[in-house]
Structure formats: C-alpha cells, structure tokens
Design a binder for this molecule. Structure first.
Ligand SMILES: *Cc1c(COP(=O)(O)O)cnc(C)c1O
Length: 332
C-alpha cells in the first residue's frame, strides 16, 4: 500500500475475488467480462461502505469514541454497515434517516439497522436536507448527554479518510490484474467516495492503462464532477499526495439515473433479472442495476476500448433488493 495510508481497522474480507462472467460475455459477443466482487466484503458488512469505514472507525477508536453518529436514506447500505460495526465493536450507533413516509416498512437494510440495535430517528426529505447541521448537533448532544463520546461521519463515509478504502481496492486490483493490463473499470457513483478513491489510487499506483468510468445514479454529471474534485482536493491536501487534477481525469457517463436516486426504471430492473439468470449474481435496484445498465449499454455501443477488458466493480446492495421485491412480482 501507499506510505501515506492512515491507520486501518481490519473489518472487511479482503481481497475480494475477481470473477469471469462467461455466460454474459458470450451473450454480449465479447471475449471477456470481469466483476470485482465487493458485494462479498462480508455479509452484515457487505458492499463498498465497509472499505471506507475501516479507516473511519479506526480514527474514531483512536479518538476514544464510544458512539458512531451518521445518516442516510432509510435503505442506506452505509447506515446498515455502520450499525453492524457498532454491534461488533460494542459502540452505540445513532442514525438519522431520510424518508418521505412517517413509518417506513421495516424491510431490507432498515430491518437490519433495528436488528443491530441502532438508535434511529426518521426525517422528511425537507427536514433532512434543510436542517442537516441541526440534526447532526442534536444527535451528537444526545450521545454526550447519555455519557458517550460521539464520532460523526456523513452519508456514504465519503470523506478524505474514507477515500483510502478505494485507494486500497486499486492496490488489490493491481495484484489481481496487473497495472499494465488495459481495463475499463465501471462503477456506480453517488456520494463519490468510491470513485474518488479509485482515480486517486490509479494515479498513485501508476495504472496508466486503466480507464475508470463512473455511472452517476443520483445526481448530474456536472454536480458529481464538482463533488469528486472537491473530495479529491481535500484528500490530496490532508495526506500530502502530491497529485493534481491533470493526474486524475474524471470520466462520468450520463443517461442512467432515470427519474432520480432510488427510483428504478424498467431497463435497470431488466438488468437485475439478466444478471440473476445468466450468472446467478444479485444486483440492487438503487446503485448496481443502474451502473451495470450503463456498462452493458457502453459495451453494446462499442464504447469499451478494443484492447481493454471491461470490469464491473460490484459495490453490493443485496439487502436493498430484498426491500424492492415489489418491482419484480409481475414477471418473476
Ligand atoms: C453507496 C453505494 C454506492 C455508491 O458509492 P459512493 O461512494 O457513495 O459513490 C454504490 N453501490 C452501493 C451498493 C452503495 O451502497
């Protein structure tokens, strides 16, 4: 790993495997298609968030924290992973969750948040977005009042420390595929920590033959590009990485969000069914179904470099799929 790597707490099952999707490649008429299985970082701790939390929770423990405070949507994978870590490390977990419904169904990740014993409050999108700082302060105060030392991190754990999770993932991929092997790596982008870590890692480890393509699933290419640059700037400064924007080209592709975050569309649902039936692999309707739709469409349009192997970074989310069985009932 890179010498500037901060302290890490080992929580994830690493390295995650890289597997060939032979059936899907054959169906697409291409020689190879690979998946980096970051959905297999653990069961309770599955998905991409756990790589970021390894660094964040290490910092929390160094600072003497006894409670973790965070937030996200009511089916947040990040919040579920945080709740599970809290239970494992005997830290209290306080989550505030965004939901338009006063009492959302206790299904998928939300069911697990409760099962892991997190303290949870629900907030309307207006309150969650408009009064964010007040909600953070109130959550921190309530933990202090209970005699705990709270440690806060934002939605998706996409802060400079969290970026190290995907810098490490690049180091793993270098071991598994080689830094001189041309690959076109695709992943979902939302709170941008995963994508920012990947482009920093690519630059730090000199993977000049790699192309890293992000598929936005929540916000526009312009807005997420700004978020990536902002997080990149902060990470480079905080850890003295000595990189400039010229070292880290951003490539985000438009057209796969649908109507908005966590709103699936028919083509993405069809992609879930395709991966399930051709490869026995689960995607989730919020992130990976849209990202895989972006990758498959790019392949079909001839948008992968002719000498490159397409690689999909599977960022997890299976519990979110369980909460959306309703999308499939008519045909499954
Ligand atoms: C959070 C999440 C993402 C997006 O990663 P960011 O670092 O937030 O951009 C992708 N896939 C899944 C399953 C996620 O939970």
């Amino acid at each position: 790993m890179h010498p500037a790597e901060p302290k890490r707490l080992v929580l994830a099952q690493l390295p995650t495997p890289v597997v060939e999707l032979k059936n899907l490649a054959r169906q697409l008429g291409i020689p190879r298609l690979l998946v980096k299985r970051d959905d297999l970082t653990g069961l309770e701790l599955s998905g991409n968030k756990i790589r970021k939390l390894e660094y964040i929770v290490a910092d929390a423990l160094t600072k003497g924290a006894t409670a973790l405070v965070s937030h996200g949507g009511f089916q947040s994978n990040h919040c579920r992973a945080t709740a599970a870590i809290g239970a494992r490390l005997r830290l209290a977990v306080r989550l505030f969750l965004r939901t338009a419904e006063p009492s959302p169904a206790l299904d998928g990740n939300l069911f697990l948040d409760h099962l892991f014993g997190a303290e949870i409050t629900y907030h309307t999108p207006e309150e969650y977005n408009g009064r964010r700082q007040e909600l953070i302060d109130a959550a921190m105060d309530s933990q202090r009042a209970a005699g705990r030392v709270p440690y806060f991190f934002p939605v998706g754990a996409s802060v400079p420390l969290g970026c190290w999770g995907y810098i490490r993932c690049v180091a793993e991929l270098v071991e598994q595929l080689g830094k001189d092997t041309p690959i076109d790596l695709f992943c979902a982008v939302s709170s941008v920590g995963t994508y920012t870590g990947l482009i920093l890692g690519k630059a730090l480890f000199g993977c000049d033959q790699w192309r890293i393509v992000g598929v936005p699933v929540s916000d526009s290419v312009d807005s997420l590009s700004r978020d990536v640059r902002d997080l990149e700037r902060r990470t480079v400064a905080e850890f003295n990485l000595g990189l400039s924007e010229a070292d880290t080209p951003i490539e985000l592709i438009d057209g796969f969000i649908g109507e908005g975050y966590a709103i699936p569309y028919p083509e993405a649902i069809e992609t879930v069914r395709l991966l399930a039936r051709t490869e026995g692999i689960l995607l989730d309707p919020t992130y990976t179904a849209k990202a895989m739709t972006g990758m498959l469409t790019t392949i079909r349009r001839g948008g992968v470099r002719p000498n490159a192997i397409p690689v999909f970074l599977h960022t997890g989310g299976a519990f979110g799929l369980m909460a959306r069985r309703d999308l499939f009932t008519s045909q499954t």
